[in-house]
Design a protein around this ligand. Structure first.
Ligand code: IDP
Length: 152
């Protein structure tokens, strides 16, 4: 699972605002992916099949968000990481890509619980947990244990 360090020091997912006049949600998102992830983004391009969920925020401004998750091979992910340094937004909107640790160390905190203590933009933390659960990357009870450990 991969996220990015944003310009504001918070963790979030690649994406951005899309003008409905400029085509479908997926086309708009794929354009944003290229800007933020660079030449390796094509392997991350989403279709309607990668859709996970939507949300609406009313304040401070009305925003409708749509969340997608794309499953990739390790090879494509490594290619994406190598190319991300050459993305248009690198060092501007995006400070770097990060892999999410999907384990808990023997101390009970290191790994995913410590990662969850970071500062996340908007609903990105809930989206991370949602994706890990619905893509079957971690069993629900392990996710709940990690969330609980992160709140201690
Ligand atoms: O990865 C994300 N997951 C969930 N919500 C997000 C994510 N990234 C941005 N948002 C939401 O969209 C709003 C605007 O995003 P952002 O701060 O990137 O726009 P900006 O670059 O125009 O300031 C954020 O305040 C947040 O509520």
């Amino acid at each position: 699972m991969q996220m990015q360090m944003r310009f504001d020091g918070r963790l979030g997912f690649p994406g951005g605002f899309i003008d409905p006049k400029d085509g479908s949600l997926e086309e708009g998102l794929n354009r944003e992916l290229t800007e933020e992830l660079g030449p390796g983004a094509t392997a991350a391009y989403v279709t309607e099949n990668d859709y996970i969920s939507s949300w609406v925020m009313e304040n401070p401004q009305k925003i409708e968000g749509h969340f997608y998750a794309k499953q990739m091979s390790l090879e494509d992910l490594e290619h994406l990481e190598e190319g991300a340094l050459h993305a248009k937004d690198h060092g501007l909107e995006v400070m770097g890509l990060v892999r999410v640790p999907l384990y808990t160390l023997r101390d009970g905190i290191g790994g995913l619980p410590a990662f969850l203590c970071n500062n996340f933009i908007g609903k990105a933390k809930e989206q991370l947990l949602e994706a890990l659960g619905c893509l079957g990357l971690m069993p629900q009870n392990k996710l709940e244990e990690a969330v609980w450990a992160s709140q201690k």
